[in-house]
Design a protein around this ligand. Sequence first.
Ligand SMILES: [Zn+2]
Length: 73
Amino acid sequence: MSTMNVTCPSCQAETAINQADDYAPQFHVCPLCGKKFIAERRAEGVAVMRVKDAPCMSNPDCREIETSSTCEQ
Ligand SMILES: [Zn+2]
């Protein structure tokens, strides 16, 4: 877990997040606008995106659904 500064994709405010040290995307809530966004660690840094803009592979919810459905089959 490490703290990093990111720019909120909704209100463009800079905010600090606690991001896990793996490459799994995580949800965060902006303390300024209260909107949920996704941060994903990349080789070159951390990428932030709005939930509705995130591709399935960068959306923790979507990944969970895919993973669980794979396990059930
Ligand atoms: Zn914000």
